[in-house]
Design a protein around this ligand. Structure first.
Ligand code: AMP
Ligand code: MG
Length: 422
């Protein structure tokens, strides 16, 4: 489970001045998440980023037979003196792809290429650079090691071995590993379907001319980027005005097909903030003021039987931070991925930071090396929750725990790498 290192207290103690502890909010969200049941068989070349629904068990050894790790000479170590050089008769050569079955008899060697099967009788490969070939004889220089330069059958994977577990999100190396086993397809969970929209009368779509008082809708693009990084299927519903009727019909409609509905804006207590009220009419709502900066208001609930709804705050940085802290772990769980703590580091902070105890704060940081090569973090410039530039400059979030006070320059802080920044 994603959480800060300081665990939340339970019961009444989780609220401070009516605010919910960020860890408690996450715990409640994860409690409502259930794994998608449908699975699909996918050709391996379409499987990147999908989550395995079955364990992958090795059906064969990899490599399938002993083979050479070098271009050189395959020989019997007993034919050479323990130190000093020796001369062997060259009787042939084996290339990668040649069938197994050639033989090295006592006093002989064969020229062998990387990946070629080790001939029967041979137990050692000596690098080409350590030998001199003349006519049909090879002088092997000193310093050979018996058994050297052979990749053993099954040294990478053994038949029957569990290679990857159900719940694994497939990475490039995993695809190669599965291919090395000769498996052309895998069974994966269906990807989560996420419906995404922005709300606000002030929002102008890209390509349109903004009227006076309008700004461009940026949240849909940053949130799409974060969703794409998670391998979700995105249904982009565009921009909705601050109109309860349109919100109602969009939520009703999207709940039919989506696993998760994600909106930004309209969750505060302003005159044009209708998301929470409409959600309460159509489903079950939990509206939280979370003890977190940026991102205090968050609407969370269910629509219909099983669709989860997240109403993120409209401020562009707050929308991204709340996505990373709350929506991302929820999508991991829904997608069938095993529990995963976000990767964090403890590093010295170059800057002094304002921080009041009683809320979790996420500042935008740049993880870097100082003059002596030590990892450290500095804050980006403007930290306002509307300043998306800081998010773009940052490569990590500086996680300031709930109970923590101000940070002096040089103090250790926790950082969480930003998705997509590495
Ligand atoms: P709201 O949560 O609707 O009160 O919005 C808070 C602030 O975020 C306001 O300044 C909005 O104009 C801004 N905002 C809301 N949605 C977006 C969006 N999709 N793109 C950029 N800014 C937004
Ligand atoms: Mg608004």
């Amino acid at each position: 489970m994603t959480s800060e290192s300081s665990s939340p207290s339970q019961g009444a103690g989780t609220r401070q001045e009516g605010l919910l502890h960020a860890n408690e909010a996450l715990r409640r969200i994860l409690d409502r998440c259930s794994v998608i049941r449908e699975t699909e068989r996918l050709p391996l070349d379409c499987a990147l980023g999908h989550v395995l629904a079955d364990d992958v068990i090795a059906p064969r050894d990899v490599p399938p037979r002993d083979n050479s790790a070098m271009d050189g000479y395959a020989l019997r170590a007993a034919d050479l003196p323990p130190s000093g050089s020796g001369v062997l008769r060259l009787t042939g050569r084996v290339l990668a792809g040649d069938p197994a079955g050639s033989v090295v008899a006592p006093g002989e060697c064969v020229r062998i290429m990387t990946g070629a099967p080790i001939p029967d009788g041979a137990d050692t490969v000596v690098m080409r650079e350590q030998a001199d070939e003349a006519d049909d004889f090879v002088r092997i220089g000193p310093g050979h090691r018996p058994g050297a330069n052979i990749r053993r059958r099954g040294e990478d994977l053994r038949v029957g071995e569990g290679v990857l577990a159900r719940g694994r999100r497939l990475r490039p190396a995993d695809l190669g590993l599965i291919a090395s086993l000769g498996l052309p397809a895998v069974r994966a969970f269906r990807r989560p379907r996420v419906a995404l929209f922005s709300t606000g009368d002030e929002l102008c779509a890209l390509g349109d001319s903004p009227r006076s008082g309008q700004i461009f809708d940026s949240n849909r693009y940053s949130l799409r980027g974060l969703l794409e990084g998670l391998g979700t299927e995105i249904q982009d519903l565009g921009i909705l005005p601050d109109d309860p009727e349109q919100l109602r019909s969009t939520l009703r409609e999207s709940a039919r097909s989506a696993d998760v509905v994600l909106s930004s804006g309209g969750v505060s207590v302003g005159d044009a903030d209708h998301v929470t009220q409409v959600l309460a009419e159509l489903g079950q709502v939990a509206f939280w003021k979370i003890a977190i900066k940026p991102g205090r208001p968050l609407a969370f609930g269910t629509l219909g039987d099983r669709t989860l709804f997240f109403g993120l705050p409209g401020n562009p940085v707050a929308a991204m931070v709340t996505f990373i802290r709350f929506v991302r772990p929820a999508l991991h769980r829904i997608a069938g991925q095993g529990p995963e703590e976000p990767l964090t580091f403890e590093v010295p902070c170059l800057d002094a930071l304002h921080k009041a105890p009683g809320r979790s704060e996420f500042q935008r940081g740049i993880l870097q090396r100082d003059g002596s090569g030590r990892l450290c973090v500095g804050v980006t410039g403007g930290q306002g929750s509307g300043m998306l530039h800081s998010m773009s400059q940052a490569n990590c979030l500086i996680v300031l725990e709930h109970d923590r006070g101000p940070v002096a320059a040089g103090e250790t802080v926790t950082v969480q790498p930003l998705p997509g920044a590495w």
